[in-house]
Design a protein around this ligand. Structure first.
Ligand SMILES: [Zn+2]
Length: 174
């Protein structure tokens, strides 16, 4: 995303609008804030294990986890699911719209989804700024149409998906 906006932190040329922070950010601060958010998710959920298994649920999410942990993937340890904000937002929306039973939890018995508040758009932009392409998840038709609906809301009101996920957490749906 190119713009004539400047970074809210350092004033340099902004490359990304963070719906999460409601701020324009330069490359350095976008990357820093994103990594910081995931680390803080890990800390606040007390994920301390030094060895992790990365889940295959969402390819671009997994690439991001691999990047964050310098490819230190183990064959044992706590499972880090690669679901992103979209996956959880779809789950909450399907619960409201169709009464579909929620099928994923942020915190599970032997695992955690550290990217629950990180969007695919952020992950893809993160890698694009590093000149790397990442594969997007392929979803079912139903999930795709729910996501299309959510994306339209997000376009009109950036941060809408985050708010939905927060409601889902509060109600114990995800
Ligand atoms: Zn900056």
């Amino acid at each position: 995303m190119d713009s004539d906006k400047s970074c809210s932190i350092c004033g340099k040329k902004a490359v990304f609008y963070s719906a999460y922070l409601k701020q324009w950010l330069c490359k350095k601060h976008f990357e820093r804030m994103l990594l910081k958010r995931v680390r803080s998710n890990m800390n606040s959920h007390e994920i301390r294990d030094k060895s992790f298994i990365f889940g295959d649920e969402n390819k671009c999410g997994k690439e991001f986890l691999k990047f964050m942990f310098n490819d230190r993937e183990s064959s044992h340890g706590e499972k880090l699911y690669s679901y992103t904000l979209e996956d959880f937002a779809i789950s909450v929306m399907k619960f409201f719209l169709f009464h579909d039973p929620p099928n994923k939890k942020i915190e599970q018995k032997n695992g955690f989804s550290p990217l629950f508040n990180v969007s695919e758009n952020e992950v893809i932009s993160f890698f694009k700024l590093k000149k790397r392409d990442v594969e997007k998840i392929s979803r079912s038709g139903k999930d795709e149409s729910v996501l299309k609906f959510l994306s339209e809301i997000e376009e009109r009101r950036p941060g809408g998906m985050i708010s939905l996920v927060k409601v889902g957490i509060k109600l114990g749906i995800i």
